[in-house]
Design a binder for this molecule. Structure first.
Ligand code: NAD
Ligand code: ZN
Length: 251
């Protein structure tokens, strides 16, 4: 069972001129990519994500950490966008066709939004496909099979690391600036499939509200922002988003 979509949300989406959507791991869950908490199963059950996703962990054990990220990278290669990703791409297209603005701020590193056709995607936590040399800085997208050696090495001999943002690291400054610009002008804000506790994403709903935007949350369960938003919809993003887009732009 899930909540029905309030008509106020449908109406707000239909009227929106500038829309910002923040997404998290929950949006990719229905594609088969586990959220961080759920990923810690099987072989990796004994590890704490905080002990894998930090610069200190990589410095301590680059072999293990790069092997873990390489497995996640190859998992991502096996999956496809789900109806939630496609609905967000349709949302953008409908808005832009009407002369509106749309920005998709994502904490996901899998690039499934781009694969589904989303255009204006701001990657707050980098990408698991990009691997960057710590010595010369060269970054390259890796779409092939296993690296074979861990950590992978650059032509210059330096160690390469996944191009994701680890706990304790700064977000890419341009992504932060672009997000702030979009939040400063939006009249509608969605938070989808994110627990909304990690900064700075956690503050986005407050920034949007501060500028007068209406706010909506879509999540499988209640979160820290459920009571703050104008509408909180409990349900799976892959079910709620397609229905919402259909109702807003077809009816
Ligand atoms: P998170 O904090 O964004 O939490 C996931 C949220 O999704 C939870 O609130 C959960 O209730 C919700 N959710 C789960 N399934 C859902 C569904 N079908 N529909 C709607 N909501 C659903 O993410 P996390 O797992 O704690 O990961 C932390 C960070 O790790 C991420 O921000 C990201 O940088 C990285 N990560 C990325 C991916 C990816 O790219 N797909 C996957 C795991 C982790
Ligand atoms: Zn190099």
């Amino acid at each position: 069972m899930r909540d029905t979509i309030p008509s106020g949300v449908v109406e707000a989406l239909r009227r929106a001129k500038s829309l910002v959507v923040l997404t998290g791991a929950g949006v990719s869950a229905e594609s088969g990519i586990p959220t961080f908490r759920d990923a810690m199963e099987g072989l990796w059950a004994e590890y704490d994500p905080m002990e894998l996703a930090t610069p200190q962990a990589f410095a301590r054990n680059p072999e293990m950490v790069s092997r873990w990220y390489d497995e996640r990278r190859r998992d991502c290669a096996l999956v496809k966008p789900n109806p939630g990703h496609y609905a967000l791409a349709r949302m953008e297209q409908c808005l832009v066709e009407k002369g509106g603005e749309f920005a998709l701020l994502t904490q996901n590193v899998d690039r499934l939004h781009q694969a589904a056709g989303s255009r204006n995607v701001i990657e707050l936590h980098g990408s698991i496909w990009e691997w960057r040399c710590r010595r010369c800085g060269m970054s390259r997208e890796e779409r092939g099979g296993t690296f074979g050696q861990y950590p992978p090495r650059c032509e210059c001999g330096g160690i390469r690391r996944p191009g994701v943002v680890w706990f304790g690291e700064q977000l890419p400054p341009k992504a932060v600036r672009d997000s702030e610009l979009a939040l400063g002008t939006c009249d509608l804000f969605f938070s989808v499939g994110t627990s909304a506790v990690v900064q700075p994403a956690a503050s986005f709903v407050h920034v949007a509200r501060g500028h007068g935007a209406k706010t909506v949350e879509i999540n499988r369960e209640a979160t820290a922002i459920s009571k703050i938003v104008d509408w909180s919809i409990l349900g799976k993003s892959g079910e709620v988003l397609p229905e919402l887009v259909d109702r807003a732009f077809k009816e």
